[in-house]
Ligand binder design. Structure first.
Ligand code: NAP
Length: 280
């Protein structure tokens, strides 16, 4: 039976460390706010935004909520971001994605000042991560690195196979695993023999967005399996990209859904906010 990698517990440890750090910074007169912008009222986005505001409150960072109507124009949103870029007290700017179809996400991401880009999505942040320069790391992949390290999983020299090459998970994940000296294979929808490639993984990171797609036949005995997917099954219960029950019996360690990668993303967002306050 696999060891369950407890993202809830590890994210709580990180948030407690950050709470302490934020309090020390406050004593030195260093404070700041996270501006959270939501356009429209997508219910899933509202849950994520609420969780982010609650995390700020827990750590002791101010959060400023901007809840804009669905009809907000791209120009209006860009204007708000420009204003927040100038506000000294605002140390982080987060625009909840996805945005309504009439707004170009790339334009919005690029409008955020790189020194307030706590999501780590700006091309400058991505570039800095690629060449190992300081900057904000993309939260979900950075959270996965913490999950592995804090669970005692050795990364250096291991073969890591990543399923998915999105800009927010797969690609930055590959770069961070490379930085940790793993040998990295990135797979995607055009990969041939996915099963055989995955069977070679010591660490298998699944970010494909396909509910319960990865079964035991994709997993080498003793592999570490990280499930990034989040879905609702036919009974409205949360599940991941991995068939947890059958993979658990084969893997040496595995993340559950919920309670695995999900809580780590918010913890790492808070880490970026505290880093931004520290570096003011
Ligand atoms: P995405 O943008 O849809 O990317 C999915 C990737 O999987 C693509 O690169 C796609 O390949 C690849 N893929 C799809 N079907 C495949 C197949 N049959 N075989 C091999 N590769 C396949 O998704 P994402 O934004 O990276 O997110 C992935 C999942 O993680 C989603 O369920 C999302 O909800 C979840 N997520 C969770 C968190 C968290 O905090 N826990 C954060 C972000 C995302 P192509 O590039 O060839 O199309």
């Amino acid at each position: 039976m696999a060891k369950i990698i407890d993202g809830k517990k590890i994210s709580q440890q990180i948030k407690d460390e950050l709470k302490e750090k934020a309090a020390k910074l406050k004593e030195q007169g260093k404070t700041g706010a996270l501006a959270v912008i939501q356009v429209g009222q997508d219910p899933a986005s509202s849950v994520y935004v609420r969780n982010k505001k609650n995390a700020c409150a827990y750590i002791g960072i101010e959060s400023l909520a901007y809840e804009l109507p669905e009809e907000t124009t791209e120009e209006e949103l860009l204007k708000l971001i420009a204003e927040l870029n100038e506000k000294e007290q605002v140390k982080g700017i987060l625009v909840q994605l996805p945005l309504p179809g009439h707004i170009c996400e790339d334009k919005v991401i690029q409008a955020i000042s790189p020194c307030k880009d706590v999501d780590g999505f700006h091309p400058q942040s991505v570039g800095a991560m690629t060449i190992g320069e300081p900057g904000f790391l993309s939260c979900t992949p950075a959270g996965i690195i913490q999950l592995l390290k804090r669970s005692g999983v050795e990364i250096a020299g291991k073969h890591c196979v990543i399923i998915g090459r999105s800009n927010i998970v797969g690609k930055p994940m590959a770069l961070l695993m490379l930085r940790e000296n793993a040998t990295v294979t990135i797979t995607h929808s055009r990969t041939r023999n996915l099963k055989e490639v995955c069977q070679q993984a010591d660490i298998l990171i699944v970010a494909m967005g396909k509910p319960q797609f990865i079964g035991a036949e994709y997993v080498k005995e003793g592999a570490v399996v990280i499930d990034v997917g989040i879905h609702r099954d036919e009974n409205n219960k949360l599940c991941g990209d991995v068939k947890f029950a059958e993979v658990e019996s084969l893997a040496s360690a595995i993340t559950p859904v919920p309670g695995g990668v999900g809580p780590m993303t918010i913890a790492m967002l808070m880490n970026n906010c505290v880093q931004s306050i520290e570096e003011e």
